[in-house]
Design a protein around this ligand. Structure first.
Ligand code: FAD
Length: 378
């Protein structure tokens, strides 16, 4: 077992680190989050590099890199903010549903525009009555000739309000709990959609929305995959989403811990740096060990996915542990920075808010534990 990156992987990581420091920057990310603005300039730069197509096949115009390279990308771009990362990966992992299950016409329509940075995607599973119990979806799509007529209420759909965004909507097309679910591509400007941005304490740049669908009509050719395959498509979607989220928590937690270390070395009280007090030192040492463990789990899960193996358990373990660790690190950082932690310019309050969301978004900690337990035969 070799725990080091290959030469190619290390070069990829170094390139991304330089990009984040030189082309994005901590202040830019902080300002965009504070202003609830999408990091449009950075998104364009990533698109110009061709990096939106990391997971897209060469045949479809992408780079066709594997999930390990994807995890490296996500870990690296998460150094300043998880919200910033979500602005990229929400479209990236959602587009993969079209790349993997789309018809040739759907791929031709959506992939080139996505790679150019012009088309974006949101995934819409959650509803007021369907949170952790995602299969309880009630939003109904009924066939009328060559069209689906959709009625319902979706909530927490991140990024769905941005121009040129297509929603991968999980809708009920039959009575069977799982077999009655279908994924449908719904452009966000389709008549009958009434959408509002929600005032959340996280995802401020990407934004998250609630919307109502009233007699929304889209062609039946917008069905993604077969009718009744929605649950299966969303299942594989969630593995990629959760791997990305786990990698992002690890990348962001690294910065939170590094900031804590730097601050406690600089700040003196009682004539000594805070870092000389054993209670703080031990907390940081514990966090360092936990972060290393979570990071190894992320790359184990990514490696399994890259080999084409079932990584359901590993992905959930990585997401669960990484979210806990990111939260512990930000929680300890908030204490170590004392009053200064409350100021946005120290970034710790953002790490803290965003790490807390990591324990809920993409499936809660309890749901990850239930998946792991099921995979253990419990
Ligand atoms: C900012 C933000 C962005 C989001 N973006 C998206 C998005 O883009 N697309 C999308 O579809 N969804 C999105 N979500 C929704 C997210 O996936 C859900 O919030 C999450 O799955 C939890 O659902 P819920 O909030 O309804 O909580 P609930 O399901 O009501 O859960 C509440 C609590 O009960 C616990 N619980 C529930 N069931 C069980 C059980 N069986 N055993 C043990 N404990 C249980 C949960 O773990 C949790 O702690 C987003 C959410 C937020 C906050």
């Amino acid at each position: 077992m070799d725990f080091r990156f290959t030469h190619e992987q290390q070069m990829w990581r170094d390139t991304l680190d330089r990009f984040m420091d030189n082309e994005v920057g901590r202040e830019y990310t902080r300002e965009k989050e504070g202003a609830r603005e999408f990091p449009e300039e950075a998104y364009r730069k990533v698109a110009e590099q061709g990096w939106l197509g990391i997971l897209v096949s060469e045949e479809d115009g992408g780079l066709e890199l594997d999930p390990v390279m994807y995890a490296i990308f996500v870990e690296a771009i998460s150094k300043f903010s998880l919200d910033f990362t979500a602005c990229f990966i929400t479209s990236m992992f959602t587009l993969q549903n079209i790349a993997s299950n789309g018809t040739p016409e759907q791929k031709a329509k959506y992939i080139p525009g996505f790679l150019a940075g012009d088309r974006r995607f949101s995934v819409s599973i959650s509803e007021p009555e369907a949170g952790s119990d995602a299969a309880a979806v009630r939003t109904k799509a009924v066939r009328d000739g060559d069209e689906w007529v959709i009625n319902g209420n979706k909530i927490w759909c991140s990024g769905a309000h941005h121009p040129n965004t297509t929603i991968v909507l999980l809708a009920r097309t039959g009575d069977d709990r799982y077999g009655g679910l279908t994924t449908i591509l719904v452009p966000n400007d389709t008549p009958g959609i009434d959408m509002k941005k929600m005032p959340t304490i996280v995802r401020k740049s990407l934004g998250t929305t609630e919307y109502f669908l009233t007699d929304v009509r889209v062609p039946v050719s917008n069905t993604l995959g077969e009718v009744g395959q929605g649950w299966k498509i969303i299942g594989s979607h969630l593995q990629l989403e959760r791997l990305g989220l786990a990698a992002s928590y690890v990348g962001n937690a690294r910065s939170a811990l590094d900031d804590t270390i730097r601050y406690t070395k600089d700040r003196k009280q009682f004539g000594k740096p805070l870092s000389s007090f054993q209670v703080l030192k031990h907390r940081m040492a514990q966090n360092e060990a936990e972060l290393s463990a979570a990071r190894l789990l992320v790359y184990e899960a990514a490696t399994k996915l890259a080999r084409g193996e079932n990584a359901l358990k590993e992905v959930s373990m990585a997401k669960m542990l990484a979210a806990d660790v990111a939260f512990n690190i930000a929680f300890n950082g908030m204490q170590a920075l004392g009053g200064y932690a409350q100021l946005p310019e120290y970034d710790m309050e953002r790490y803290f808010r965003e790490a807390k969301h990591g324990m809920v978004g993409g499936g809660t900690q309890e749901i990850q534990r239930s998946i792991i337990a099921k995979e253990m035969g419990l």
